[in-house]
Write a protein that binds this ligand. Structure first.
Ligand SMILES: [Zn+2]
Length: 416
């Protein structure tokens, strides 16, 4: 056979194989969040009228496609000869595969997985949830004194916690770690600390626990640590870090994201990209907010953590954080304020409030709306009557009283 003819036949054969092998004609959506139960649809032909031993395969961390065992564990909603619907599991962005009777068929389109919510089990979806762990509504992270006593680091931590509180609704608060505690999960404390023996830049350790009541086993995160390597050159500020420095706030986005159920993604631009220093994350770590996909996945996780019906072992759901800017959990009720020599009344109020502090003291009173927008600020001394601006709508406001750098806050209801 002449060489040209051979080439021609090879080309035809190749085209034919391609035409028959290519059984996936479309995927929808093309951008998705893994692990939260979103429906993923694969269109094509020759899938078979029922799933049988066929399965869908996704690219994952570690650069491999999921195997038959994992594929059989996904939650398939429907399977016909021309369409497959399943709950989107955790995956990395790439083309997807359908394995039909032992043969893999690859999609033309790439599926972009923008965030992953990690689960214990894919079908039915089962997570290690967060609970009202501190009996103040959520989780208290104790901050190591090396961090708490450094205003720049403390601010960075407070800002990141506020970002998560305000964007996802998580009820995390921070307090100083006042007792020396070894950095292990056995201490039963949530700790944010520097660590000189850490082999990576940052790390989130988690200890789950379970409680069984009747037929139900409830899984939850009991203790977590966020550790940061002391060998690193850290930059605690905002924006782009200087060359060679690791941006603490960004690394904390990543590690705190893990603490809120997020797994890694291979999508550029996301905080959960596996590496957190140098390139490529230096290309996007200048942002000081978490991404829309991260918010979406964590909000779902928080909603599950706030609304589960399980009661047992003293477990209750995480509570709504109320004032998301209150990262120190200082919101006090009227009684607690009174024990500090501060009286604010009436509450609810309509047109004015009276604030009494001990006669000699001066204080600064600030008020925010529930979204954290400042609405007024006043200097007060002794007994002061404060008119509430008429443009303030009915609702809950946060009143913060600063006496010599000590802040105390309480909720004020305006009702006209
Ligand atoms: Zn990670």
């Amino acid at each position: 056979m002449q060489p040209t003819k051979l080439l021609f036949f090879t080309a035809i054969f190749g085209w034919l194989t391609q035409a028959f092998a290519q059984q996936i004609t479309g995927i929808s959506p093309k951008q998705i969040i893994g692990g939260k139960g979103e429906v993923f649809t694969i269109s094509g032909n020759g899938f078979g009228n029922s799933r049988g031993s066929s399965f869908v395969s996704f690219f994952r961390e570690g650069n491999t496609y999921t195997d038959a065992t994992t594929g059989n564990g996904f939650n398939y909603i429907s399977w016909t000869n021309t369409q497959i619907k399943l709950e989107m599991p955790v995956a990395f962005s790439n083309k997807i595969k359908v394995n039909i009777a032992g043969t893999d068929y690859l999609s033309v389109d790439t599926l972009k997985v923008k965030a992953n919510l990690g689960y214990r089990q894919a079908n039915p979806l089962l997570y290690d949830l967060l609970t009202d762990n501190n009996k103040k509504g959520g989780v208290t992270w104790l901050i190591h004194p090396v961090y708490w006593n450094n205003p720049e680091i403390k601010q960075a931590i407070a800002d990141v916690v506020q970002e998560f509180r305000c964007k996802t609704g998580v009820n995390y608060i921070i307090e100083p770690l006042t007792q020396w505690t070894p950095l292990n999960l056995g201490q039963g404390k949530h700790i944010i600390a520097p660590d000189s023996s850490l082999g990576v830049v940052g790390y989130n350790d988690r200890l789950w626990a379970s409680c069984i009541v009747g037929a139900e086993t409830f899984y939850h995160n009991q203790t977590q640590l966020l550790r940061f390597n002391t060998q690193q050159t850290w930059y605690y500020g905002k924006g782009q870090p200087p060359a060679g420095a690791a941006k603490f706030r960004y690394v904390m986005f990543h590690e705190m994201g893990h603490s809120l159920g997020l797994g890694h993604v291979n999508e550029a631009g996301e905080s959960m990209y596996p590496t957190v220093t140098l390139l490529p994350s230096d290309n996007w770590c200048k942002r000081d907010s978490i991404t829309a996909a991260e918010q979406n996945a964590i909000k779902h996780y928080i909603s599950l953590s706030q609304n589960f019906a399980f009661r047992g072992c003293g477990i209750t759901p995480m509570k709504v954080n109320g004032d998301c800017k209150d990262v120190y959990g200082l919101n006090l009720g009227a009684e607690a304020l009174a024990t500090e020599g501060i009286w604010l009344f009436p509450n609810p109020a309509s047109n004015h409030i009276q604030l009494n502090i001990s006669a000699s003291a001066t204080a600064e009173m600030s008020m925010w709306d529930i979204q954290g927008r400042p609405v007024m600020k006043r200097h007060v001394q002794g007994t002061t009557q404060i008119d509430l601006p008429q443009h303030l709508r009915n609702g809950v406001y946060i009143v913060s009283i600063n006496t010599g750098g000590v802040f105390r806050s309480t909720r004020l209801l305006i009702q006209r």
